[in-house]
Write a protein that binds this ligand. Structure first.
Ligand code: FES
Length: 245
């Protein structure tokens, strides 16, 4: 869910009625998963700093206002957290409904089918219907960026969680990617003159592809010949990404 805290100080809190002891500085999301729970999420991962943008991981905390994001909320001693309530379930379904209203419904032919976090979380929150329809959505007239020799960027599949942007900067230290625009018009941009991956600072390390929760960033080998049946992860001295073959 979120990076591990290195603190030696311990904090005990209650999550869904269970007492949990974790290092200070741990996020509520990570504490929940260490106690065996699962909080739906899209923008948080174990190796980049929590960003709090997808709003799927909302929780209720006794004494706190509203429903804070569990990925960006650190634990505190004596905190009492609820991760599953009718109110939270309704909020999460509403958030997911907005994501799906702006996403192609081609799961069966998508290269990420059965390996897609958006698909998994839509099922996890019990999404059955999208009240807003799908017409007029951002995804209808986008152009794929196939300039990089190893992977392609399909903006229509992108949910702008910025995991790729943060992986590029925090894991690889390249900072080739950014989010352009605001709100519904936000897009991931590789910057530079031609606004494509090849003309950017991208070093083709693949950190962004590994971070992507959908098929927005996908190896060309997978889109062209399908997913490999087995894989090996290696980490070399050149960078910290950990390549998957
Ligand atoms: Fe917490 Fe996205 S996972 S806001």
């Amino acid at each position: 869910g979120t990076p591990e805290s290195q603190s030696t100080e311990k904090v005990t809190l209650t999550i869904d009625g269970r007492a949990v002891t974790v290092p200070a500085g741990t996020s509520v999301m990570r504490a929940a998963s260490e106690s065996g729970g699962h909080i739906p999420k899209l923008c948080a991962t174990d190796n980049v700093k929590a960003f709090g943008s997808c709003r799927l991981c909302l929780v209720e905390i006794e004494g706190a206002r509203g429903t804070p994001a569990s990925c960006t909320t650190p634990v505190a001693d004596g905190m009492v957290v609820k991760t599953q309530t009718p109110r939270l379930e309704k909020l999460r379904r509403g958030v997911m409904e907005l994501y799906i209203s702006d996403h192609p419904l081609d799961c069966l032919t998508c290269s990420a089918n059965n390996d897609c976090e958006l698909q998994d979380e839509a099922a996890a929150v019990g999404l059955r219907d999208v009240r807003y329809g799908y017409e007029g959505a951002n995804h209808l007239d986008t152009v794929d960026d196939t300039s990089n020799p190893y992977f392609a960027f399909q903006p229509d599949k992108c949910i702008v969680c910025s995991r790729c942007v943060r992986a590029c900067g925090e894991v690889q230290g390249t900072f080739a990617l950014t989010v352009d625009g605001r709100g519904f018009a936000s897009v991931i941009s590789a910057g530079q003159d031609e606004d494509n991956f090849l003309s950017s600072e991208c070093v083709s390390c693949g950190a962004c592809v590994q971070a992507c929760p959908t098929s927005a960033l996908m190896e060309k080998s997978v889109t062209e010949i399908g997913k490999p049946e087995r894989s090996v992860v290696t980490t070399c001295a050149y960078c910290g990404v950990g390549c998957t073959f």
